[in-house]
Write a protein that binds this ligand. Structure first.
Ligand SMILES: [Fe+2]
Ligand SMILES: [Fe+2]
Length: 164
């Protein structure tokens, strides 16, 4: 089915982020395992739990509205995941890899923040208030994750500057 209307665009974008979240449920455990810092590992594990809930929220939108998801693969997320995976393979486990993992994860969060912000605006335009509310809950989690990662990055830089 081609994308013609705003509703089509909403369904396409929702299907795309659904694929993105599913990819993250597989990628986050790998990122957690690759982390040396216990705090970073915990942050990835926490976000894995949230991500599983975010997938469920989209399922809920599908169940309660006239929306039927399309089978699409989020190629943007596929690329981000692949770049993160390359770094896991190329960089020895330790503080440098941790820093690379934080950067890779923040790229993912920023992609998700942009995607959910657009989706919420679309949902509101379409009068899909229930969907907009659920998507806003997810957006809040993505923003909080991004902030937590920023904090971890700053703490790590500070600790390393002090020779820890
Ligand atoms: Fe997410
Ligand atoms: Fe996320």
């Amino acid at each position: 089915m081609p994308t013609k209307t705003l509703k089509d665009l909403f369904i396409h974008s929702l299907s795309d982020i659904y694929s993105a979240e599913k990819q993250m449920t597989k990628s986050l455990p790998k990122m957690a395992r690759a982390s040396s810092s216990p705090d970073l590992r915990a942050a990835f594990e926490k976000h894995l739990e949230e991500t599983l809930g975010q997938v469920q929220r989209i399922d809920q939108i599908v169940e309660t509205s006239e929306v039927k998801l399309k089978r699409v693969k989020c190629v943007a997320m596929e690329g981000l995941v692949e770049e993160g995976q390359e770094q896991i393979e190329e960089i020895e486990k330790g503080p440098v890899l941790d820093t690379a993992l934080i950067a890779a994860a923040q790229k993912v969060e920023h992609y998700e923040i942009a995607s959910y912000s657009s989706l919420i605006a679309l949902a509101r335009q379409l009068g899909e208030t229930g969907a907009a509310k659920l998507l806003a809950e997810t957006l809040k989690e993505e923003k909080a994750t991004d902030e937590a990662l920023s904090l971890l990055a700053e703490e790590k830089v500070a600790a390393e500057a002090m020779g820890k």
